[in-house]
Design a protein around this ligand. Structure first.
Ligand code: S3P
Length: 444
């Protein structure tokens, strides 16, 4: 596919798909609860469908009732059963890592695998702490998938300081703690998204959180009875980022994305865009299904460079590729600090982002774990072919870039967009005009 400049600004009021993090967790908690959990607004992207299939394979009844409307009849904490076959988690790191936590506390044998991207990603960050429960993991070097798991019959509760800022690692430890007797304690030095903690409470577990600046200590009382609870999934702020940034870059645009999740541990991008001078506003703030949501409006803006502190990274970790695209259109120097974790996403996102920019005539530099993009207000040439490396967010970021560059931007593979944002291309064309994003006749 390739994206070209539209003839007019982007316009529209839209809804983007449900939050990926919340969707995975809704299915998992539904599977662990007693009773039937109704989920509305579920993201029906490939990643989440893998979790749905895995929960079925582990014995839950998972049924699609209508668009985004799912029902999960759970088995109770400790009630998952041995899957008859390998669990294939596709492209999804969240599914793979959180399910390792679930499996650790059940005395069953399971094998996890994934696609070529997921099979490269580090799993030791979860298998190492989870091994202390008594569960056994054997995988490829670095603990990589495929990975065999023998869960513990009587898992030990963990007391663990998460060494990297990762909600996935924190969540895996907490999920294992559900099956353990006593208190599981997780400490994080940098606060990461807290959807697991919120949903544990929503399903009836006792969770205590002590916050001290950015440091958090979370304690979970083991072996609770989780009770089915309705989940209303907010629109994904990480998906809303793409049409909103596109509106900032294309002259004459005004776009509103409705009902976007505004969990403060997810909104670092919006803070950063404001610092860049973006005309960006939030209206209609409300609570839906226990989550803060609001309608976000972005209008075309002259942007300036920004220095993003490293301690903001966990609250916008998935948004750096599209922020880098925004920085390419800003005047001045942008420095994004502390991006080590970007190297272990669906692709090495630091390298893939630099390559995305370079292919389109924008130089970026990596200094240690920082990304630096210095721009003098010159137009973005475009004209490149971007390699996505099986990474949905690289593909979408490249297409956003092409909407405002001098020449179109092409992407080698847009198939992975469906992992998180089915309907992305048609939604963008709905705002920009048919054919603005279209099949590229010929890739260089
Ligand atoms: C996620 C956490 C983040 C994020 C991922 C989803 C989650 O990963 O990049 O897309 O749902 O917990 P890390 O926690 O490993 O940084």
């Amino acid at each position: 596919m390739r994206a070209a400049s539209p003839e007019r600004g982007l316009r529209g009021r839209l809804t983007v798909p449900g939050d990926k993090s919340v969707s995975h967790r809704a299915l998992m908690f539904g599977a662990l609860a007693v009773g039937t959990t109704e989920i509305t607004g579920l993201l029906e992207g490939e990643d989440v469908l893998r979790t749905a299939a895995a929960m079925r394979a582990l014995g839950a009844e998972v049924e699609r009732v209508g668009e985004g409307h799912w029902r999960v009849a759970g088995r109770g904490v400790g009630g998952l059963v041995e899957p008859a076959d390998v669990l294939d988690m596709g492209n999804s790191g969240t599914a793979a890592r959180l399910i390792c936590g679930l499996l650790a506390g059940h005395p069953i044998f399971a094998v996890l695998t994934g696609d070529a991207s997921l099979r490269k990603r580090p799993m030791k960050r979860v298998t190492e702490p989870l091994s202390a429960t008594g569960a056994r993991f054997s995988g490829r070097s670095g603990g990589r998938l495929p990975l065999a798991v023998e869960g513990a019959a009587d898992p030990m509760p963990l007391d663990y300081v998460v060494p990297v800022p990762s909600a996935q690692v924190k969540s895996a430890v907490l999920l294992a703690g559900l099956c353990a007797r006593g208190i599981t304690r997780v400490e994080e030095r940098e606060a990461t998204r807290d959807h697991t903690e919120n949903m544990l409470r929503h399903f009836g577990a006792v969770v205590r959180v002590e916050a001290d600046g950015n440091r958090r200590v979370i304690e979970l009382e083991g072996q609770p009875e989780l009770r089915a609870a309705p989940v209303v999934v907010p629109a994904d702020p990480s998906s809303a980022a793409f049409p909103l940034v596109a509106a900032l870059l294309v002259p004459g645009s005004e776009v509103t994305v409705q009902g976007v999740g505004l969990n403060p541990l997810r909104t670092g991008l919006f803070t950063t865009l404001r610092e860049m001078g973006a005309d960006f506003s939030v209206s209609g703030e409300r609570v839906e299904g226990g989550e803060a949501v609001g309608d976000l409006t972005a209008r075309f803006s002259a942007l300036r460079g920004v220095d993003v502190p490293g301690d903001r990274a966990p609250s916008m970790i998935d948004e750096y590729p599209v922020l880098a695209v925004a920085a390419a259109y800003a005047r001045g120097v942008s420095r994004f600090r502390g991006l080590a974790e970007l190297r272990v996403k669906e692709s090495d996102r630091l390298a893939a982002t630099v390559a995305l920019l370079a292919a389109n005539g924008v130089r970026a530099e990596v200094e240690g774990d920082d990304l630096i993009i210095a721009r003098d207000g010159a137009p973005v040439p475009g004209g490149g072919v971007v390699e996505t490396h099986m990474d949905h967010r690289i593909a979408m970021s490249a297409l956003v870039m092409g909407l405002a560059s001098e020449r179109p931007v092409a992407v080698d593979d847009t198939g992975f967009i469906d992992t998180s944002f089915p309907g992305f291309v048609s939604m963008m064309n709905g705002m920009a005009g048919e054919g603005v994003i279209a099949p590229a006749e010929e890739l260089a």
